[in-house]
Design a protein around this ligand. Structure first.
Ligand code: DSN
Length: 420
C-alpha cells in the first residue's frame, strides 16, 4: 500500500501509516465509524476522481461519461434494491449536504421542520442554532418523554405539529439508542399534510441488513443518509425517495445544481461497491451481529449499575451517563479509554448539566468491532474493560494491563480486507 506516496511524500506517508496502525491496534467504538473493504478503498482511490460529471446518468453537461454513467447507475439501482424504494440520488457529498438539499427540495425559506432535539439525540443538521440552515428554515422540536426509557413523547410531538404546521416531520438521530415509531409520526404528518423524512445515517446498514425497521415500510416519503457508518461504504451521502417522482425530481434539482457542483465520482463508484457488499447474505449476518454485540455490552453496563440513556439499546449504540454513575466526566472517559486502546466520544446526555466540551456522557457502538468479526464474548469483555478503566482511571499499572489485553484482542481480530 501507498508505494507511490512513500516515494514521493514522506510526511503524508508517515501520517497514513500511523493511522493504519492506530485503526488496527485499538478498538474503534465511535458508533458512526467503520472499516471499509479494500474494494471500497480501491474504488474511492480510483481514476474516477479525475472526472467532472455534472448532471445525472444520460444527461450530463460534459463529455466522456460512458463509465461514470455506468457506476452511478449501478449505485442507484443497488441503493433502490437495498432500501426498497423507487428513486435514489447518490451524489450528496455527505450527510449534511444530503439534508440541506432535502430541505431546499421540500420547503421554501421560512418553512418549518419538526425534528428531534439535539440534546435528546438529534443531529446538528436538524436545525441546531449554530448551523447556517437554521437561518433559512424554522426548526421546532420533539423530545423523549422519559430519558430513562427513551420513549418519544408522541403526544407532545402531535401537539407541536398541530401548532406549528411543519412542512417536514423529521425522524432520525445521532445519539439515540431506541427505535422510533415511524407509523405514529406518519399518521401525525398525514393529519397536517407534512412530508415525512427519516435521517437514517446511523442505522442505514441496520435497515439494509434487515436488523432495523425501514421507515419506507410505514410510508415515509424520503430517507437521507450517510454511506460510511453502519452501511460500511465510503464517506458520502444519499437521498432516497420511496415512490413520488415529483419529490425525486425536486431532490435531484436541489442536489445539482441547487447545492453541489460536480459529484465525486470516485466516491460514487465506491458507494456502488459498498452497496454491492450490503446486498450479500453476509451483510445480513453482520447487521444482526451489530445488535447482538450492543446487547452484550448493554448487559454489562446494566449489571455494573451504569446508567444508560434510554435504559439500554435497541440499535448499535449506547449512551452512558458516566459522570452520574461513576463520577468520571465524558471528556475524562474519552481520554482515559483512548489510553487503553478504546476510541469513543464524549457526548451530552438529555437534560445535560455540564458543557458540550466536557459533558456527562460517552457514546459508543459496535459497527466497527463487529466488522472485525468480534462477537458477544469480546463485546462483553470490552464493556468490562471500559468500566474497569473508568473505575481505575488514575491507576497507571492497571491501565497498562488493560491496554495489553486490548492489544491482544486486536491482534486476534485483524481488520478484514474483504467481506464477500
Ligand atoms: N459525526 C456523526 C456522528 O458521529 O454521529 C454525525 O454527523
Amino acid at each position: 500500500m501507498y508505494d507511490y506516496i512513500k516515494k514521493q511524500d514522506e510526511e503524508v506517508f508517515k501520517a497514513l501509516e500511523g493511522e493504519e496502525r492506530r485503526e488496527e491496534s485499538g478498538v474503534e467504538m465511535i458508533p458512526s465509524e467503520n472499516y471499509v473493504s479494500r474494494a471500497v478503498r480501491e474504488a474511492n482511490g480510483s481514476v474516477m476522481t479525475n472526472k467532472y460529471s455534472e448532471g445525472y446518468p444520460g444527461k450530463r453537461y460534459y463529455g466522456g461519461q460512458t463509465f461514470t454513467d455506468q457506476v452511478e447507475t449501478l449505485a442507484i439501482e443497488r441503493a433502490k434494491k437495498l432500501f426498497n424504494c423507487q428513486f435514489a440520488n447518490v451524489q450528496p457529498l455527505s450527510g449534511a449536504p444530503a439534508n440541506v438539499a432535502m430541505y431546499f427540495a421540500l420547503m421554501e425559506p421560512g418553512d418549518t421542520v419538526l425534528g428531534m432535539d439535539l440534546s435528546h439525540g438529534g443531529h446538528l443538521t436538524h436545525g441546531h442554532p449554530t448551523t447556517s440552515i437554521n437561518k433559512v428554515f424554522n426548526f421546532v422540536r420533539y423530545k423523549m418523554k422519559d430519558p430513562d426509557t427513551g420513549e418519544i413523547d408522541y403526544d407532545e410531538l402531535a401537539k407541536v405539529a398541530r401548532e406549528h404546521r411543519p412542512k417536514i416531520i423529521l425522524a432520525g438521530f445521532s445519539a439515540y439508542s431506541r427505535e422510533l415509531n415511524y407509523a405514529k409520526m406518519k399518521a401525525i404528518a398525514d393529519e397536517i399534510g407534512a412530508y415525512t423524512v427519516a435521517d437514517m445515517a446511523h442505522i442505514a446498514g441496520l435497515i439494509a441488513g434487515g436488523a432495523a425497521r425501514n421507515p419506507f415500510d410505514d410510508g415515509f416519503d424520503v430517507i437521507t443518509t450517510t454511506t460510511h457508518k453502519t452501511l460500511r461504504g465510503p464517506r458520502g451521502g444519499m437521498v432516497l425517495t420511496r415512490e413520488s417522482e415529483e419529490i425525486a425530481t425536486k431532490i435531484n434539482k436541489a442536489v445539482f445544481p441547487g447545492l453541489q457542483g460536480g459529484p465525486h465520482m470516485n466516491a460514487v463508484a465506491a458507494k456502488a461497491v459498498a452497496f454491492g457488499e450490503a446486498l450479500t447474505p453476509a451483510f445480513k449476518e453482520y447487521a444482526a451481529q451489530i445488535l447482538k454485540n450492543a446487547k452484550a455490552m448493554e448487559a454489562v453496563f446494566a449489571r455494573e449499575g451504569v446508567r444508560m440513556l434510554g435504559g439500554g439499546t435497541s440499535n448499535h449504540l449506547i449512551l452512558a451517563d458516566v459522570f452520574g454513575s461513576l463520577g468520571v466526566t465524558g471528556k475524562e472517559a474519552e481520554t482515559v479509554l483512548d489510553e487503553v486502546g478504546i476510541t469513543l466520544n464524549k457526548n451530552m446526555i438529555a437534560d445535560e448539566t455540564r458543557t458540550a466540551m466536557d459533558p456527562s456522557g460517552i457514546r459508543f457502538g459496535t459497527p466497527a468491532m463487529t466488522t472485525r468479526r468480534m462477537k458477544e464474548g469480546e463485546a462483553t469483555r470490552l464493556a468490562e474493560i471500559m468500566i474497569e478503566t473508568l473505575r481505575h482511571k488514575d491507576d497507571a499499572a492497571k491501565k497498562e494491563t488493560l491496554r495489553a489485553e486490548v492489544k491482544v484482542l486486536c491482534e486476534k481480530f485483524p481488520v478484514p480486507e474483504t467481506f464477500v
